[in-house]
Design a protein around this ligand. Structure first.
Ligand code: AP5
Length: 227
């Protein structure tokens, strides 16, 4: 299955992608994580991307597209993937469609995480990340047992630079301006599924998981010539 998680910043895309990726054995490709890794390693791409990320702006398409193309062409993506945070502009969506077409594939499902702006702000400003293993926490909603310390590896938790309130507001503005149109784009292609995301993590996981299972069954019936 080739799946996209679409939605505003802080909607819970990364949290769900981690869980569903393990459950369905599909690689989780996060454009944000790939860009942050490039910034960490001070690569040429990272140097170009850094300023945009810190200001809450989108990194130019040509930079992001190259990173994603390289990742999708790796062997582990042959039978599918979960794209989290990509595409984020209409032109990225078209490049992705073209690329998959050349590989003889297409997207199967796009999950749109529908969530209130109030939840987004609360989730992002309270998010904490492990500096060692990257695990994701929230001060209030997903707290670690010991404040500031990762349950999984004992690493120190930190706040992402772009999770400060001012930058969060800018990211939300950018989302409305440049990404929201993708909802209509995928609705028209008939692969969009809306997931109500103002609810707890387990409920969202179940809804996504059930949708994937029924899409898989439908795909099997089509390939068996039943429908
Ligand atoms: P990126 O890292 O992709 O950030 P984002 O899309 O803004 O998404 P987030 O990671 O902030 O949120 P999320 O939806 O994954 O939420 P999460 O699960 O963590 O991008 C960062 C930057 O990189 C961009 O601003 C841009 O500069 C650049 N970039 C990336 N992709 C790009 C592209 N394609 N083109 C151009 N530039 C690009 O959850 C948030 C918090 O809420 C966590 O603390 C979590 O524990 C908690 N939580 C999750 N679910 C729930 C729930 N159901 N209830 C309560 N709390 C919850």
């Amino acid at each position: 299955m080739r799946i996209v998680f679409l939605g505003p910043p802080g909607a819970g895309k990364g949290t769900q992608a981690e869980i569903i990726s393990k459950e369905k054995k599909l690689p989780h490709i996060s454009s944000g994580n790939l860009l942050r890794e490039a910034v960490e390693t001070k690569s040429e791409t990272g140097r170009k991307a850094r300023d945009y990320i810190e200001k809450g702006l989108l990194v130019p398409d040509e930079i992001v597209v190259d990173i994603i193309k390289d990742r999708i062409l790796r062997d582990d993506c042959k039978s599918g993937f979960i794209l989290d945070g990509f595409p984020r502009t209409l032109s990225q969506a078209k490049v992705l469609d073209e690329m998959l077409k050349k590989l003889g594939n297409r997207l199967d499902l796009v999950f749109y995480f529908a969530v209130s702006e109030e939840s987004v702000v609360l989730r992002l400003t309270g998010r904490r990340i492990c500096s060692s293993c990257g695990a994701n926490y929230h001060e209030k909603f997903v707290p670690s047992e010991k404040e500031g310390i990762c349950d999984k590896c004992g690493g120190t938790l930190y706040q992402r630079a772009d999770d400060k309130l001012e930058t969060v507001q800018e990211r939300i503005r950018v989302y409305h301006e440049q990404t929201e149109d993708l909802i209509e784009y995928y609705k028209k292609s008939g692969i969009l599924k809306e997931v109500v995301s103002d609810v707890n993590i387990e409920i969202i996981t179940k809804n996504i998981s059930d949708s994937i299972e029924s899409a898989l069954k439908k795909k099997d019936l089509i390939s068996d010539g039943v429908v």
